[in-house]
Structure formats: C-alpha cells, structure tokens
Design a binder for this molecule. Structure first.
Ligand code: ADP
Ligand code: MG
Length: 622
C-alpha cells in the first residue's frame, strides 16, 4: 500500500557528519515501552524483514525482545549500531531531504541502550554464525540464530526510577505496545507480525494482501461500515496518491482510536490531515463522535519533511493546502456515494424508466430527473394539508385508522400487500415502492432486494437539510410573510441575539424583531419550512446563534448547523400519517439526495432487509 524501502543491498553503518547531526531534530524518543517497540519494529522493517516477532514481559518494562529475519548487521558494525548518530540509512543532506526509510537519525538504539540493559544479536547472510553484543559491557561474542536480528531490551528505565514511576499498569503499557505493532501491521500487510506477553500470544497477523490485513487488524465491522477512498491510483510513484478506507458515521467511535494516517508508510499524527478528514464528516457526524479511518498517503519524499519531530510522528508538508483539499474531497466523495446509489449500481441498468415513474404530484417547471422537486414543492409535499392533486384515490392501504403502534396497512389476504402497491422498485428506484407505514415512525418499502425500512423523520430531515443548503448556497432562503405576526415571550438573551443577528435571521427567511420588552415578533417564516413550529424554530436558531463568536459572524460552519436545526424542525414528525404517494415521494427524494443514507446526526436513515435475511428469519430453505 505504501512505497517500500529497498531492503537490498545492505549499506554500511557510518557516523553522521557534525553538519548533518546539527540538521537533525533531536529530542527524547524513549518515553515508555511502546516507544522502544516502535523503534525496534521500524528497524526490522528497514532491514527488509518479512516476519517480526515481539515478546514482552511485565508490560515491556521487564523485557522487550524483537526478532526479525532482515538483512542483519555485520559483526564489525555491531558496536557502531549502538553509537549515537551512526546509521546506514542516510549519508548526506540530500539523502535526508528524500528519506524513504523509517529511521535515519541513528539515535534509537543508542537511546534505548542508555536506559536499559540491551543485547544485540545479529547475523548477515554472509556470516557463518551470529554475533552478540552486550551494550553495557561492550563484550562481543558468538551466538546462535538464523539470518536476521534480535534486540533484547531488559529492565527499561532501571537507572531512571523517576521515569519508571510515570509508567502506567502493565496492562496499559502492554496495550500501548500492541498498538505500536498494530500501526506497523496496517501499513505493511506483506510482513507477518506476532506479539506475545509473558509467553501468551496477544496478536498475530500473517502476511496477507492489503484488504485482508485491514480486515484482520480492524475487524469485519470496520470493513462493512467503511468505504474505499482512492485518489490518483493511476499516477506514477512520487505523485500524490491516496488509498484507504473511510468509516461511515456508523463506524464512528467515542474515542479517536481508529484513526490511522500514514505518510509514505510512516504512521503520523497530523493536524492538517485530521482536520481535512474531520471536515469531510461535517454534515454527517455528531460533533462528539470520532470518525474511524485508515488513510495511506504516498507522496514524493522531497515534498514532506519527516525531520521535524524527535519521534517522527509529526511531519510537515510542502504543499499543505493542496493536500488538505485533496484529502477532504476524496473523503467527501467516498462518504457522499450514498448506499442508494450503490444499490442502483448493483442492479444492471436495463429498460428505460416507465411512464409510471413520473411522480404523482405537480412537476416543477423544467424539472428533469425523476422525483426532483423544487424546495417549495418539497415543502408543500409534507405540509399539513396535502395539495388537492393528491386527493386522487390512494391505495386502500392507509385508508383505515392504524391500530395503535401497528402497521397501517389493512392488507387483504388474497394477493398480499403487493396487490395494492405498484410493482417492486424498478432499476431506477433503488429504494423501491412504499408499502406501508409502521408505528408512525417507519416507512416500509419493497425493492429488488427485499424489504426497505426507512426512518421517516431522519430521512426527511436529511432531504430538507441538503435542500436548504443548496438553496442558501446561492442566496437567502425564501421568506413567506405571515398575515398575523407570531408573538412569543423571549428571554433577555434571546432578545439581544435577535437584535444582533437580525440580518442573518433575515437570510434564513426569519423576520424577527422586538415587539416589547420580553416579547419577540416573527413576521415571516422560511417558505421551505411551512410545517415547523415557528416559535420553537426561532428559539433553537437563536440559541445556536448565541454560541457563534459574534466577531466572526455567522460563519459557514455555524450556518450549516443552523440549517440542520431548521431541517430538524421542518422535517416530518413521528406519528404523522403519510399516504403511499407521500411515502414514495420521500423515497424518490432520498435517492436524489447526496448522503441521504445518514441523517444530520449520523444515524442511518434506512436499512435493507434482503429476501435472504427474511428467509433466514423464517428458517426457509433449511
Ligand atoms: P536508524 O534507524 O535511525 O539508522 P538506529 O539507532 O535505530 O538508527 O539503528 C542504527 C543502525 O543499526 C541502523 O542504521 C541499521 O544499520 C542498524 N540496525 C538496527 N536495527 C537493525 C535490524 N533490526 N536489522 C538490521 N540492521 C539494524
Ligand atoms: Mg531506527
């Protein structure tokens, strides 16, 4: 998935020149056992290992042993490997500027050896046996092992008890060590990894393809709830390329523990990239939830500076803005491809849309795509009083008052439910045809795959929100003046906000002014939201505006939040009974709306129950 360092031929270890040393970001690299694990696994991978084994004891404090089957170290160079600023990975400033290996400072082994008892055992392909160096005594002797290297680190921080005191429990330190290996494992699927703690196998990842490794490390759940992200795959090495998977909002977590970003195979924490990814979720993820993602960025090494942080976990990009945009767009595209679209892609495109696909409501002038409504028409669609055009006979399915909490359909026994509904959704209607409304909350529909269940409020909220956003993108929301202004009691804070934000409120279609001390009057409402409880809507909007930094005005982000609030008020409420035509209209709107499969809070808006799943429920075909 990432540019692999060329493991051959072995280069000799040399001391860096003073000039080069002065260029290198120095600092403490060993903070805890996991730092040791990271450095040692880095070295194993740089040596071209195909298998890396990590053995821990007492959280890594008593022992960390890392074995690899890489190129090994010449006996004559063992001592040099432990010296500060001695490395086989760079030799000049120009090497430093385009470094492709994990290590390059020649500091890690020296740093680890200074706070532990370190043994280095190594054998190259040319040697007849392995050699062993005891860092403390400096003694070198023969040893037995196959080609490769073993580094044994014992009694970490034995000479710095203060440092040792800051370590957490063994279990916590072990978890950190495991996480360090996991980060490597995700980036290097072709390498096998195994981690033991006190002789117990904690994790094992066998060499695999990229997709399999992702599945092995992050689990089937993440794979199910994520979308592929790709950018520039066809470009040559050195060009900016992105690959990975972006978790859908369903994969979001309370903690930011499933966020893996790699630059040329190196795990990094980068604010710029984290921000770009976070903003791609702006409209679909609740603020407190943390998105899950794995992103591999391949970039010309000369365009990224890895030499800015002692542990190399931070990097600096030469073209940060461009990268930010590219990452954001790629992530947005991956997220926006709604499942409705996926489903339609899965069905082979066939017969042209039948005439019946024309929705049963007045078509907006110049409307092209089926089911696409102008904003005000969408609004009237869900207005309390359906337009007269809808008085046309409705399928009997919703004619009767629903039994409390039950299915609204009075399905005749003969012919089944489908007798009343149009044929199952055609190719052009991935969400299918509405069958009934359930419990005042869900719309049930039938499509080519089986049953579709839609959370009616969540779905409609999404549709309204995207519409509001699209409209406000160009100009102010259309306002509908009220014949009789609505007056309501307001707090001093609400009065003040209404006055300060009068212009912004007008842009949202809300004409709000003080009627008297403690009373606000609303003289217009957004025509897109005829259904909303106006006083509640204004209160929510004012509350949200009060949180906006007054100096920065109503910035884009706050505006989106305002629209989300408005959409929530404007969306069809639970327990509102919908006719079949209204339900179908909602389905068509969802298909025409980007990101329709999540509401603004990141909850799913619809689910598919396939015939196979239904059959399984009824143990059919067993
Ligand atoms: P750096 O990785 O920055 O070069 P280190 O202190 O981590 O510095 O390692 C010093 C040198 O020791 C490396 O440049 C490499 O030549 C050699 N070395 C360390 N670990 C291994 C290993 N597992 N296999 C082969 N060579 C290694
Ligand atoms: Mg190193």
């Amino acid at each position: 998935m990432s540019a692999l360092p060329d493991p051959t031929p072995r280069r000799a270890i040399r001391e860096l020149s003073d000039e080069l040393v002065s260029q290198i970001a120095a600092g403490e690299v060993i903070e805890r056992p996991a730092s040791v694990v990271r450095e040692l696994v880095d070295n194993a991978l740089d040596a071209g290992a195909t298998q890396v084994n990590v053995r821990l004891s007492a959280g890594g404090v008593r022992a960390i042993v890392v074995e690899d089957d890489g190129t090994g170290i010449e006996p004559s160079e063992l001592a040099l490997a432990l010296k500060r600023h001695a490395t086989s990975k760079i030799g000049s400033l120009s090497d430093l500027e385009r470094v492709a290996t994990m290590g390059f400072r020649g500091e890690a082994l020296a740093a680890v050896a200074s706070v532990s008892e370190l043994l280095l055992i190594s054998r190259t392909a040319a040697a007849t046996h392995a050699a062993r160096l005891d860092a403390r005594s400096g003694e070198i002797g023969p040893a037995a092992r196959a080609v490769g290297t073993t580094v044994e680190v014992r009694e970490l921080f034995f000479s710095t008890p203060a440092r040792r005191k800051f370590l957490k429990t063994d279990a916590t330190e072990t978890a950190h060590c495991l996480e360090a290996v996991r980060r490597h494992a995700l980036a290097r699927p072709e390498v096998g990894f195994a981690v033991w703690h006190d002789n117990k196998l904690l994790a094992q990842w066998r060499a695999a393809g990229a997709a399999q490794r992702l599945h092995d490390v992050l689990g089937a759940d993440f794979v199910t709830h994520s979308r592929e992200l790709a950018h520039g795959a066809e470009r040559p090495a050195g060009a900016l390329r992105l690959a990975g998977r972006i978790g859908t909002p369903e994969a979001a977590r309370a903690r930011a523990d499933h966020q893996f970003v790699y630059v040329n195979g190196r795990f990094v924490r980068d604010r710029l990239i984290a921000h770009a990814l976070r903003s791609a979720y702006e409209d679909v993820l609740h603020g407190a939830r943390q998105p899950a993602y794995v992103l591999f960025i391949d970039i010309d090494p000369a365009r990224v500076d890895v030499n800015v942080h002692p542990t190399k976990i931070e990097v600096r990009f030469r073209d940060g803005r461009e990268l930010h945009q590219t990452v954001r767009h790629a992530a947005e595209n991956a997220l926006a491809a709604s499942r409705a679209v996926d489903a339609s892609a899965a069905i082979p495109a066939a017969a042209p849309a039948p005439a019946a696909a024309t929705p049963p409501w007045p078509q907006p002038r110049g409307a092209t795509g089926q089911g696409r409504l102008a904003l005000h028409e969408l609004a009237t669609l869900f207005a309390a009083e359906p337009p007269a055009a809808w008085a046309a006979p409705q399928p009997a399915i919703t004619a009767e008052a629903p039994p409390a909490g039950g299915v609204t359909a009075e399905a005749p026994l003969t012919g089944g439910v489908t007798a009343e509904a149009p044929p199952a959704g055609g190719d052009e209607q991935p969400l299918g045809q509405a069958l009934a409304q359930l419990g005042g909350v869900y719309v049930l529909a039938q499509n080519a795959h089986g049953l579709v269940i839609v959370d009616m409020h969540a779905a409609h909220e999404r549709v309204v929100y995207e519409r509001l956003k699209a409209t406000l993108g160009e100009r102010a929301l259309q306002a509908q003046p009220l014949l009789i202004p609505l007056a309501f009691a307001a707090s001093p804070a609400e009065m003040a906000t209404a006055q300060e934000q009068r212009e912004s409120l007008l842009e949202l279609g809300l004409d709000v002014s003080a009627l008297s001390a403690g009373t606000l009057a609303v003289r217009s409402r957004p025509s897109a939201l005829p259904d909303a409880d106006l006083a509640e809507l204004v209160r929510s909007v004012l509350a949200e505006m009060a949180q906006v930094d007054a100096a920065s005005g109503v910035v884009q982000r706050a505006r989106d939040e305002l629209l989300a609030t408005m959409a929530c008020h404007g969306a069809v409420r639970a327990n509102r009974r919908l006719g079949i035509a209204e339900m179908n209209a909602l389905l068509r709107q969802m298909e025409a709306t980007e990101r329709a499969d999540q509401c603004n809070h990141g909850r799913p808006t619809w689910r598919q129950l396939t015939m196979k799943e239904l059959d399984a429920l009824f143990l059919r075909g067993r």
